[in-house]
Design a protein around this ligand. Sequence first.
Ligand code: GLN
Length: 454
Amino acid sequence: ATAFNDRVAQAKALNAFLVETPDHALKAADAADAARASGDLKPLSGVPIGMKDLFCTDGVPTTAASGILDGFTPTYESTVSANLWQAGAGMLGKLNLDQFAMGSSNETSAFGNVISPWRRKDGGNAPLAPGGSSGGSSSAISARLCPAATGTDTGGSIRQPAAFTGISGIKPTYGRCSRWGTIAFASSLDQAGPMARDVRDCAIMLEAMAGFDPKDSTSLELAVPGWEAGLSSDLKGKKIGIPKEYRVDGMPAEIDALWEQGIAWLKDAGAEIVEVSLPHTKYALPAYYIIAPAEASSNLARYDGVRYGLRDLPDGAGLQDMYAATRAAGFGAEVKRRIMIGTYVLSAGFYDAYYNQAQKVRTLIARDFDEAWTRCDLLLAPTAPSAAFALGEKSADPLAMYLNDVFTVPSSLAGLPAMSVPGGLDGQGLPLGLQIIGKALDEQGVLNAGLAIE
Ligand code: GLN
């Protein structure tokens, strides 16, 4: 814990941590020493981890990287973080992210960009995006500031930053990890999951994080499987589907080559490869960028200057003015864009044309996967259509940014488990990620295929 605390303190230039909590990590280390002496070590005893600042932590400021929560210190602990402390882990600090987890590059944080420790060969020292929204987590793990961290994934925020920084991350089946105490973005999509250096560490972390929680109405009432004990890279008898619609126009040849390489690795591990079709894939991105903002606009209505964090009360202002001033000052541009899209697609005149239509598309996408599962056990695809881009490269063009989520959003809409594992480096020496998507509740299959690739 001391060594990691020192590294965190020395690596401020990455801007990965918003708050440092060295004492939390040291306390867990002491508890681990005591546990070792008495012979009751827990799965994560003494392991110092990073906590995405979307998880409420009792007595430790929690901001969702938004100005509107500046000054907010929860008096309660999220279920996921409580589960991790229960398993013996300690906290190095709270990790930066895209504001309210909205973004793919960690450039929407109110507390500055997170910088990836990676650099392009030909790019001088130009800083690259760590991916988003869990960019603090990905940057910190790849810079070895922490061995593991929490992430959340609404449309790819665990998998895409993992891919950009050469680490692993898994979004479990919707409902595996409790959403209680995790600041909500789009509640029907939000899932917590681990990010770590390898598949085994992800399995250990996920076992600690997951589990039924009566405080979350969509929590799955199921026992947590022993994913670590079940790890095996032998894929004999498994059929891996290659979704043909994921071969999108304009995808760099290197991503194609990576995919071919992934297919070869899975064959070597004993799997059979089959081509499958997910015909509604092209509608996933537009459906996601209607449903997620719609839910966000509703979830973010609670930030009114009364209940949490920031309050902007201009002289002589009334209640409505206070709401307006607080929200104008507290929310960043991307958050405002999502609230406006969300309220528009939910408005009486446009509800059927947009929100209802997007919900129907969501059902069709889920059915595409169901159909695919009649022919295969798992799917293999790239995690993202590009390697990490430079900070500033896409931030002025929301559509270009949204397009980066093209491979991660469909499985989110269907609530399926999906993982990104490092697949190799591109010509610029930057990491590329391979994505494995599984049937609902088949985290084990996903982890095992990840292990075969790693
Ligand atoms: N990049 C996507 C978005 O901006 C996904 C974010 C996430 O998964 N939290 O909505």
